[in-house]
Write a protein that binds this ligand. Structure first.
Ligand code: NAD
Length: 422
């Protein structure tokens, strides 16, 4: 399968869908699931008080090579430019071999909080002495063990809080190919009575931690300066490369910039999460908590390597699954997983990290050269035309005129609609 599809963005929607179906070997029901987004009965089963559904565009980013294999990446997002940027970042990386990824392993943490503990440090010691019993009880629940996973380790901490010291027990759980929240929560609830006995306190919260720092995904790529040259500015590739490094340094030194830098990363990550039915709130929570571990900073790093290439890397917690949640139960998410065609949650986590890095690379390249508004407004022009009241058959024409006039504004769009519908 080749993820390079020149001119893909210029095709009509039906042709794009057919191309993806053909390259990924999708059956008709998978194609239908991509096009329809599931039905209202399914929506009614997934949440509460359901009255309808809201449709997000489901796109496919091209050009990705991850660990030597081409991959087409499904992305669900309403913001224009995000999918184009991911595809562009992937194209830049592709020239030098694409992305290499690795994952620290599918370990999630479950927390059991004990309050009103008489001697927290002694209680912690008793939990550690009995860690094998706690681990065995967690695994007695039968979740994950049959898949080769389960609770691998038990740790305990004394946490100083505004209401005094608390004993917090952590279950370190190998969740295999699941995101793991339900599985881990089942275990934390099961071991709570034993933790209460061991600590002599009262157990209150029993729930997983979204700071999944035992489940880190990393991606790396490099870009030759010549590939960073851009027609729209007179900056050389070397200058663009050096400004990207300065932009990273800005984020490393200033949390106001780091927040936006990381928002760019998460534009890509969240879109893949939404398309594949993964829990983007969990991923968001983990990413920002991880970014704040030594004072809030950027999740990615940009440097110049010994060959003068731009060296790009990213590391972030990645709590994603190929089974469970809505990934398995939503037909559109299942079809998106077929497009991705990954073997395991670890492989999926690597793709997520690569997409976050591609997104970040492309937006920094644009920011340090022509700026992001030119491209963004070009892609946003159809929205502006539709909001200005352009009828369906005139949206493309109004948008094209706005772009040609380099005046993508609501006022100008309204004038054009009036002119064309007179
Ligand atoms: P799940 O319970 O739907 O699926 C996991 C189950 O799949 C496992 O218990 C196992 O029985 C089965 N399974 C089959 N094949 C497997 C394999 N190869 N590897 C691992 N398990 C396999 O879902 P989950 O992953 O435990 O939890 C994810 C869901 O929990 C998401 O929908 C998420 O939104 C939700 N959730 C999140 C939070 C949070 O992030 N704080 C809290 C509660 C619930």
């Amino acid at each position: 399968m080749d993820s390079r599809i020149p001119g893909f963005y210029d095709e009509d929607r039906e042709t794009r869908t057919a191309t993806v179906a053909e390259r990924c070997g999708l059956a008709d029901d998978a194609v239908e699931a991509l096009e329809t987004g599931g039905d209202v009965e399914l929506a009614d089963r997934l949440s509460e008080n359901v009255v309808g559904r809201i449709g997000y565009p489901l796109s496919v980013a091209t050009n990705f090579v991850v660990d030597g294999a081409d991959v087409l990446v499904p992305m669900a997002i309403e913001e224009s430019s995000v999918v184009a940027a991911a595809s562009h970042g992937a194209k830049l990386a592709r020239e030098a071999g694409g992305f290499e990824t690795d994952v620290s392993g599918p370990y999630m943490l479950g927390q059991i909080q004990a309050v009103d503990v008489a001697d927290p440090h002694a209680a912690r010691g008793r939990v550690l002495d009995a860690r094998e019993d706690v681990r065995a009880l967690a695994n007695d629940q039968g979740v994950l063990v049959s898949h080769g996973g389960g609770c691998d380790d038990v740790t305990a901490r004394v946490v100083d809080t505004p209401t005094g010291e608390q004993v917090v027990v952590h279950l370190v759980v190998d969740v295999c190919d699941a995101m793991g929240a339900n599985a881990v929560n089942t275990m934390t609830e099961a071991v709570a009575p034993l933790v209460e006995d061991l600590t002599g306190g009262e157990v209150s919260l029993r729930v997983l931690s979204n700071l999944a720092d035992r489940r880190l995904a990393r991606a790396r790529c490099r870009v030759a300066p010549a590939d960073l040259d851009h027609d729209e500015t007179d900056r050389s590739g070397e200058q663009v490369r050096d400004h990207i490094v300065d932009a990273w340094a800005f984020a490393a030194g200033d949390p106001y910039r780091a927040a936006t830098h990381n928002k760019g990363v998460m534009n890509g990550v969240d879109a893949v999460a939404l398309a594949t039915g993964n829990d983007w709130r969990a991923i968001e929570a983990g990413a920002h908590a991880y970014a704040a571990r030594d004072g809030y900073g950027p999740l990615s790093t940009f440097e110049v390597d010994a060959d003068g290439y731009l060296s790009c890397s990213i590391e972030l917690p990645m709590q994603v699954g190929t089974v469970g949640g809505t990934t398995s139960s939503h037909p559109t998410a299942s079809a998106a997983m077929e497009v991705l065609d990954v073997e395991s949650a670890d492989d999926l986590a690597g793709v997520f990290a690569a997409v976050g890095l591609a997104e970040n690379l492309a937006s920094l390249r644009a920011l340090v050269s022509e700026g992001i508004q030119t491209g963004h407004m070009k892609l946003h022009a159809k929205n502006v035309a539709a909001q200005a009241g352009a009828p369906d058959d005139l949206v493309d024409e109004v948008a094209a005129r706005l772009v040609a006039e380099e005046d993508v504004r609501a006022g100008r769009a309204r004038d054009l609609v009036e002119e064309l519908t007179e």
